[in-house]
Design a protein around this ligand. Structure first.
Ligand SMILES: [Zn+2]
Length: 120
């Protein structure tokens, strides 16, 4: 019950943001753009997944991985996922997602330039 109420509250806020704060929304979409581009997602367990699709809805996005997992993501450069992606804290890659080596390499080299967000 309480959980459902919370979900509805978030939806209402998103609608407001989309109507009133377009500038803010554009600025914040950067992190999602990055996910869309590199197609990699770090799970809470420190496993790097391949992203099958990302559905952006205002400040949140639903990331679907190749192994069938779904993550709801808040758009924040300071979130756990953003930090993990920047610092490459992921311990391993997901076997089921079968992320190609070149993708991992590209991700590593991209993040090493320290130019977070500048090439999107
Ligand atoms: Zn996976």
């Amino acid at each position: 019950m309480a959980r459902k109420a919370g979900t509805e509250l978030i939806k209402d806020q998103l609608t407001d943001d989309q109507d009133k704060k377009k500038k803010y929304y554009n600025k914040n979409v950067q992190f999602f753009k990055l996910i869309e581009k590199i197609k990699l997602w770090p799970s809470r367990a420190g496993v790097l997944h391949g992203v099958k699709s990302i559905e952006v809805n205002g400040k949140i996005a639903v990331v679907t991985t190749h192994c069938g997992e779904k993550f709801t993501v808040w758009n924040s450069r300071n979130s756990r996922s953003a930090r993990w992606l920047r610092n490459k804290w992921c311990a391993s890659t997901c076997n089921k997602c079968k992320i190609p080596q070149w993708k991992i390499k590209k991700y590593s080299s991209t993040m090493m330039t320290q130019k977070w967000g500048s090439n999107l």
